[in-house]
Design a protein around this ligand. Structure first.
Ligand code: SAM
Length: 285
């Protein structure tokens, strides 16, 4: 019986173009005892394309607890395992993070086989500053949480990178306009490495206008310019202001009235309707 533990290899796979798989990734996939895949059918397509036959097991969001234990047991027994996600780099908005932690806790060696990651490719193509950036991943589906997330980064001066599903893109752009103002520059990096790759470099207002008529299609990374140093304000700048002054300040900063009301409501932690009513009572319309 082997007394050496196996190794977990985190293998990055293409985000669209199969030609982007690395020689070392293929070598590792050929050499391991088993591949843990987020979507076994999708990984099978990759393996078939490169003529690799290997036992596959699924490891995803919904079975990660039990399957993680099983994978760690095999690693402790000396098996070597490659982990691959649907596309791109495991653990980046994908399952993997928990498995890495579990392996570390069990004294198992974890190593990476680097490769594509949508966020970084979007950043380098965005034309926005790439020296300092933050990866923000997906916004929550919960309205309040997504707004809080955006509020928490609105004064960050570095570039912000978000993932988003196409059917939520319009709503996300609206929420970003409300939080950051419509004048912020944005790059929508669409279908990276694929036939219809496109980088739309515009502002949040421009993006909203673009998708007012047409539905977003394909996979997107949203790269947003950071706040300008001189516009960074004290988080609680509004404490001495009336509701009207607070809303008017956002309007003066370039927000539409409705967005300004939303932003003021979020700052004050009260329902939008309350701000709406107070504002209209004060301004007398
Ligand atoms: N682990 C992956 C990575 O390394 O980038 C990300 C997986 S995450 C579940 C999927 C999200 O990544 C998509 O909703 C989209 O925001 C982004 N994405 C993945 N592939 C992309 C592509 N080819 N073009 C643009 N965005 C992509």
């Amino acid at each position: 019986m082997a007394d050496e533990k196996g190794t977990l290899y985190l293998c990055a796979t293409p985000i669209g173009n199969l030609g982007d798989v690395s020689a070392r990734c293929l070598e590792i996939l050929r050499s391991v005892d088993m591949i843990a895949a987020e979507d076994t059918r999708r990984t099978l397509q990759l393996l078939n394309h490169f003529g690799i036959a290997k036992p596959l097991t699924s490891y995803h969001e919904h079975n990660k607890r039990a399957k993680g234990e099983y994978i760690v047991k095999l690693l402790i027994e000396g098996k070597s395992i490659a982990q691959v996600s649907d596309a791109g780099t495991p653990a980046i908005s994908d399952p993997g993070e928990d498995l890495v932690r579990l392996c570390i806790d069990n004294g198992i060696t974890v190593t990476s086989v680097p490769g594509p990651v949508a966020a970084i490719n979007a950043l380098i193509l965005s034309g926005l500053p790439a020296k300092r950036y933050a990866f923000e991943g997906f916004l929550s589906v919960n309205k309040r949480h997504r707004r809080e997330h955006l509020q928490s980064v609105k004064n960050d001066t570095h570039t912000l990178i978000f993932y988003e599903a196409p059917h939520k893109l319009k709503a996300t752009i609206e929420d970003m306009r409300a939080a950051f103002g419509g004048g912020r520059r944005v790059a929508l990096a669409r279908e990276l490495t694929k036939l219809h790759e496109e980088i739309i470099r515009t502002t949040l207002d421009g993006a909203a206008e673009l998708y007012a008529e047409s539905a977003p299609r394909g996979e997107y990374v949203i790269v947003v310019e950071g706040a300008a140093e001189d516009t960074v304000t004290d988080e609680r700048f509004w404490t001495d202001m009336s509701v009207t002054e607070h809303v008017d300040k956002y309007i003066a900063d370039g927000m539409k009235k409705n967005d300004a009301i939303k932003a003021a409501a979020l700052d004050r932690g009260v329902p939008k309707r309350d701000i709406y009513n107070d504002y209209h009572k004060e301004v007398g319309i």
